[in-house]
Design a protein around this ligand. Structure first.
Ligand SMILES: Nc1nc2c(ncn2[C@@H]2O[C@H](COP(=O)(O)OP(=O)(O)OP(=O)(O)O)[C@@H](O)[C@H]2O)c(=O)[nH]1
Ligand SMILES: [Mg+2]
Length: 311
């Protein structure tokens, strides 16, 4: 095959990762990229906007869009997140519908309940949809997934189904090969050394939010947001000074985030700083402020100010 023809067969496309919260969408994205571009926590509704990660191969470039988990909710923030996820699938070449398979073993009615918001919107996208049943590492007897496969193939007719573990990598190669088959032949959309177009400032805010998610309990993670107020780089000292605001939605949340004599905030700050120093390859001076912004998570304008941007 001549070089010309080889070049013509380069494939490039956009792949949306969608599914219920906590399915492992961000984990899969990070695992394909070999690097963290999207934060991951054991709690549902971690991802709050569309985050891209660009997988670069000799024969293709795949732009993955990570999205917030799709679920039913009456809360303003959650409705906004779900809307963001749906917006991500328009104009994509492939939709990977991902579920946490282990969660639904012997629980088909739970699967039915949680997949129901996805069934009709996906109906007219079936030819570009691939299903990934994730977290298979959690279940020894793989036959336990058969009823789930059955259920999914009934509701999403003709769609290929893969059993995967985003954590161990099992099945992920095969899934990627299937994704590639769906990509159109075309030139790359991004430069070949780019891994994401998420701005560093936003990434830093996300890392701080990840630590808040991990450390805070109950409903609190869902009512915190992070914004970077100042970002100053001192190249001579190889130092980046970052001032970030942590918004809480209620007055009494402020003290919980700060903790006894500032212990919680200090711990969150230390964890975030360590990770930021590794990513930015620089010393980081991180200052965190906690601000009360009453009911920010019910304020559509503020939510879209924080999260309407997709990357
Ligand atoms: N055992 C196991 N755990 C997994 C696997 N994939 C993801 N997880 C875990 O599941 C949890 C949720 O993973 P995320 O990647 O944040 O899930 P998500 O679908 O992005 O969740 P949202 O952003 O909330 O919609 C984390 O604790 C992950 O470590 C897997 O294949 N096996
Ligand atoms: Mg996520």
């Amino acid at each position: 095959m001549s070089k010309d023809i080889e070049q013509k067969e380069f494939r490039c496309g956009i792949v949306a990762l969608i599914g219920p919260p906590n399915a492992g969408k961000s984990t899969l994205l990070n695992s394909y990229l070999g690097q963290k571009v999207s934060i991951v926590t054991p709690k549902p509704q971690t991802t709050r906007n569309r985050i891209n990660g660009i997988l670069q191969r000799d024969d293709c470039q795949i732009v993955f869009l990570d999205t917030p988990g799709i679920h039913k909710s009456n809360q303003t923030l959650n409705r906004f997140l779900v809307e963001t996820a749906w917006q991500a699938i328009t104009g994509t070449d492939v939709v990977v519908l991902m579920i946490d398979g282990a969660r639904y073993v012997d629980k088909l009615s739970l699967l039915e309940k949680e997949i129901s918001p996805l069934i009709s919107p996906i109906k007219n996208q079936l030819e570009k949809t691939i299903i990934a049943i994730n977290k298979i590492d959690k279940v020894k007897n793989k036959n336990k997934f058969l009823p789930i496969i059955d259920f999914m193939s009934k509701h999403f007719e003709g769609v290929e189904i893969f059993l995967i573990s985003a954590l161990t990598g099992e099945g992920c190669f095969e899934l990627l090969e299937e994704i590639k088959k769906h990509l159109p032949v075309g030139p790359p959309l991004f430069p070949e050394d780019q891994i994401s177009s998420v701005p560093l400032r936003f990434m830093a805010a996300e890392i701080i939010r990840e630590k808040l998610f991990l450390k805070l309990e109950k409903e609190l993670p869902y009512s915190v947001a992070v914004e970077i107020e100042h970002w100053d780089e001192d190249e001579e000292k190889n130092l980046i000074k970052i001032h970030a605001v942590i918004y809480v939605a209620k007055k009494n949340h402020k003290q919980i985030v700060i903790g006894h004599r500032g212990s919680m905030l200090k711990e969150i700050g230390t964890l975030a700083r360590q990770e930021l120093e590794a990513i930015l390859d620089s010393k980081v001076y991180l200052q965190l402020w906690v601000k009360v912004r009453e009911k920010w998570n019910e304020d559509e304008r503020f939510i879209s100010y924080l999260y309407s941007e997709g990357f």
